[in-house]
Ligand binder design. Sequence first.
Ligand SMILES: [Zn+2]
Ligand SMILES: [Zn+2]
Ligand SMILES: [Zn+2]
Length: 379
Amino acid sequence: MKKNVLFVVLMLALVLVGCAEHEHVWNEGEISKDASCTEVGEMTYTCETCKATRTEVIPAMGHSYEFEVTTPATCIEDGVETEICSRCSAKGKTRSIVAAHKYDSNGECTVCHAKKDDVDKAEARIGTKYFDTLTGAIKSLKDAESKTAEIVVLKNSVKLENFSTITGSNDNSAYDITFVGNGKEKTTIDISTDLTMPPYEGNHINYIEGANLAFKDMTVVIGDGSNYQGFARAGSLEFDGCAIVGMGAHWGNGDVIFKGCEFKDNGNYSLWLYTGKNYVFENCSFISSVGKFLHPYTERPLSLTITVKNCSFENTNEAAESGKPALNIKTKVVCNVSFEGSIEFKNVATGAQGSKYFQLESNNGSIIKINGVQIYPEV
Ligand SMILES: [Zn+2]
Ligand SMILES: [Zn+2]
Ligand SMILES: [Zn+2]
């Protein structure tokens, strides 16, 4: 009996000593928490001898992305492919699918029936209709029920001809056309030949005559920087993401809106506000080698509202004193002006009233506000 007790005690002691000192023999481990695309998991190992456990981190897997078509391309509109994770459906990067016709062996698109020859030589298109010239595209609206259209400019360099000559009418107010380019570096539209006119007192007829025109993502060549050029007698004008070359003076009789536009140096004012009603300049940059920018000027009385929001004015001529402030208002134009947001001046002259924002020839009733606070006339 005593012998047995001794044996048990001995074994117990051995086990205890062994456990304290043995090398763990880890099993293959078990996943105690699954890793996901974005979260780490956990692996638990158990000692086969003493059942002690230890854990290791399982790294997050990261997404398993593959591109899938999320918006198919059509004949004329680019589509979109999006990276989608096969595990968790998270979305990653996108890339565009270039629009393309699907030509058959005769060179005709099996989807929209456009002919390859027509597409290749086209200067413009409206929807899936192709036109050899921009003039042809505008002319096609003459008998259309709606004269609201987006005309996509397909060639790098096109001319916009005398609108009234194209439409054969002296009332084009039903026309509402947006010309869409392929970026201001790639597409240039030239209006300088047929649309500019002599001074207001000159020949009035046969220019744009009330049409509402918008220009998107292109360079617009108005002229060579001479006086009295521009969009004579437009109904309204809008420019979005455009570069403006030349000094426009004629801006029609209504709204004149510039968004994200760049007024290039033309050796003169960036523009004359010679006609129009309501001007908006938003996120625009003005660059001038003579330090002259916005110039409300006419030979007759005119009232304008002008909003300048988040714009920059840069005089590239180091002699700032030789230039003018951002807005140089001549006597006959009464302006209701709001400067809003961030207005930046680089080397811009200070005007007669001590401001880089404006100067007036005389107190003609104009009101100037900066972020809602009237700065002229002083209150
Ligand atoms: Zn152990
Ligand atoms: Zn995922
Ligand atoms: Zn097609």
